[in-house]
Design a protein around this ligand. Sequence first.
Ligand code: NAD
Length: 260
Amino acid sequence: MLKGRSAIVTGSTSGIGLGIARALAAQGADVLLNGFGDAAEIEKLRASLAAEHGVRVVYGAADLTRPAEIERMVEQATRELGRVDILVNNAGIQHVAPVHEFPPERWDAIIAINLSAAFHGIRAALPRMLERNWGRIVNIASVHGLVASVDKSAYVAAKHGLVGLTKVVALETAKTGVTCNAICPGWVLTPLIQAQIDALAAREGLAPDAARRRFPAEKQPSQDFATIEQIAAAAVYLCSDSAAQIRGIALPVDGGWTAQ
Ligand code: NAD
């Protein structure tokens, strides 16, 4: 379905981003992987994705807290893959603390990676999408782009901002072949969430399994995690031609969390 398209997926060395990169490659898209990690592991991942799906896969090491590196990453994808048709702004970090104890440098990092990086990526990639009159921008927000939880001030502010940015870009591109949408996952079992589960287990003296079960049960009526593959499938759908008139939505994949 996406043969001949090229995609950047930020934060795709792990978790949801890696799942989205895999799913786009499986649809025939060339992919630029981005994110931190062990260089040899990333190279193994890059080569295996390319071999498995017969697509070009390159790696861009941009640190998304640095706008100039984001611009260079878009240039790299344009140079090495020919163009950027799809931009998935996925990279994100978390820090949990009451607002009056929130370390200012963690606030700045979360706003930079979870919100501002999407602006810088869109700013760099959109002009050429508009020239070709085809593009898909998918922002991985969160249920925390729609509702709040305690101790997540920076994350909730950034994700609400990302949902707002999504709507503005969707309106500004509404008469074109470029769409911009957000996906709002509930709990998905990835390294980002595993860190929070480990903290809960340590705090309350729970066994790892009990802590893992407690997590979705607290917020998610389905009492189950959403899977990486389900989020990736939603992203692939938003990149399809069938989704051409879906513009500016914030799509929850959250087991009913935001229906309450
Ligand atoms: P993860 O920790 O598994 O992956 C995060 C990725 O971002 C990694 O590849 C990491 O290297 C990369 N990254 C972090 N800082 C970076 C930086 N400065 N520059 C470049 N790359 C950087 O996390 P995940 O759970 O897969 O989360 C992916 C996205 O989904 C995030 O935006 C997160 O907020 C969102 N999300 C996750 C959940 C969940 O339950 N896991 C729920 C809702 C939303």
